[in-house]
Ligand binder design. Structure first.
Ligand code: GLU
Length: 440
């Protein structure tokens, strides 16, 4: 476990800023600002367990930067959650929102807990307890949470309800990813996977791919991994390997993804099955580990689980020529450099998984207006943003002969930089000319 003051993940994450700086029009002062989170709140959440005992859980919220708007980002429940990780995740949210041009800064939160060990009632009390401790730090125009690893729409619903009670007014816009019945947006459930799917469709067009010849491995079969695998399967891509936290399955002929999703969601187990009507039959497939999945001979690798999966230790064994990062931070900066040398095309997390926060933005605007969109409107608007920003980043990378991650960061820095500079930098304040010129 990292110590409470270790900053390894955060420091590794911000290394990407210096690399991108050379390609961005941003003042050094603005860059420096991004290396320091704006505000951090750490809380201890007492939880009365079902057996009457009391347990204390650690909770965190980091607001990284709010220059471009209120801060935005998910809340994660995981046994490995720690401040360093949450700081890095908040930083990635700032970059992500700027990459896709939505008016937010970045934040992230989490509780160090294994939610699988809690009962439903304990989980509800913990979620409400988190909000009671955090209420002053959050708000629809301050900081807006959303789901992340092991949190879901129902958890968001409890949190919105608790916040509304504290605020003494119905406040749906304080949190996104809520159940549709409580003000959630249509299309938020599969938005992260769908956003990545739109990126892959652009790759397909640009590279003349034939989907049925593209073999895909997906590490992580949670919300995002399942949604992307399902959309790729529908588009006739061959999903040859998937895994969850307990391990994976591999079948070169490809899986029937809807069967895997159905079985996983009914039994909580990942198994190679083919389902027709209500009967699921076990089919042949090789059992593999999560590490083996990453090194399979496939055309497209999708890390969709946690950070630091592709590292200096295994990067030499990675065979996929294209990686689409659906998880946050799956590749360490050292591994990045090695992938760059080998010309592996990496569609970075801050672009590839931005679909979730884009539809969160749609949910927030719908909550504020009290006017709700159809699923078609959500899909159309999401597709428009993802394809526009994917192509800007891709073109930027080609124009400068750089990798897509550096291009995405430079693209984001240009947006954040101009906002920071609009408030004045040393350069402006040292100018001798009269400070204010009338614009009329
Ligand atoms: N947790 C998601 C992410 O990492 C969604 C954040 C949001 O919707 O605010 O992008």
């Amino acid at each position: 476990m990292p110590t409470s003051d270790s900053r390894d993940v955060f420091d590794d994450a911000i290394k990407r800023l210096d690399r991108a700086f050379g390609y961005a029009r941003i003042d050094e002062e603005a860059l420096e600002k991004l290396k320091h989170p704006k505000a951090i709140l750490q809380v201890s959440i007492p939880l009365r367990m079902d057996d009457g005992s009391l347990r204390i859980f650690e909770g965190y919220r980091v607001r990284h930067d709010d220059t471009r708007g209120p801060t935005k980002g998910g809340i994660r429940y995981h046994p490995n959650v720690n401040l360093d990780e949450v700081m890095a995740l908040a930083f990635w949210m700032t970059i992500k929102c700027a990459v896709v041009g939505i008016p937010y800064g970045g934040a992230k939160g989490g509780i160090t807990v294994n939610p699988k060990e809690l009962s439903r009632l304990e989980l509800e009390r913990l979620s409400r307890g988190f909000i009671r401790q955090m209420a002053d730090f959050l708000g629809p125009d301050t900081d807006i949470p959303a789901p992340d690893v092991y949190t879901n729409p129902m958890v968001m619903g409890w949190m919105m309800d608790e916040y509304s009670k504290i605020a003494r007014r119905h406040t749906p816009a304080v949190i996104t990813g809520k159940p549709v019945e409580l003000g959630g947006s249509l299309g938020r459930d599969d938005a992260t996977g769908r956003g990545a799917f739109y990126c892959i469709q652009e790759l397909e067009k640009r590279n003349g791919w034939k989907p049925e010849e593209v073999r895909v491995a997906v590490q992580g079969f949670g919300n995002a991994g399942q949604a992307l695998a399902g959309l790729l399967h529908e588009a006739r891509y061959k999903i040859v390997a998937v895994s969850d936290s307990t391990g994976g399955i591999y079948e070169p002929a490809g899986f029937d993804v809807p069967s895997l999703v159905r079985f996983k969601n009914e039994s909580r187990k990942l198994k190679a099955v083919y389902c027709h009507d209500s009967v699921c039959e076990v089919i042949d497939a090789r059992q593999i580990t999560n590490e083996e999945l990453l090194t399979l001979d496939v055309d497209l690798l999708v890390p969709a689980a946690l950070e630091n999966q592709i590292t200096a230790e295994n990067v030499e064994q990675i065979k996929a020529p294209v990686i689409v990062e659906l998880a946050n931070g799956p590749t360490s900066s050292e591994a990045d450099a090695a992938l760059g040398d080998r010309h592996t095309l990496v569609v970075p997390d801050v672009l590839a998984n931005a679909g979730g926060v884009v539809v969160s933005y749609f949910e927030w605007t719908q909550n504020k207006q009290g006017f709700y969109w159809t699923l078609e409107e959500v899909h159309q608007r999401l597709a428009a943003i993802m394809t526009r920003e994917f192509n800007s980043v891709y073109d930027f990378a080609e124009e400068h002969g750089i990798d897509m991650r550096t291009a995405a960061y430079a693209h984001a820095l240009n947006r954040i930089g101009t906002s920071i500079e609009a408030l004045g930098t040393q350069h402006y304040f040292n100018e001798q000319t009269p400070p204010v010129r009338s614009s009329t």
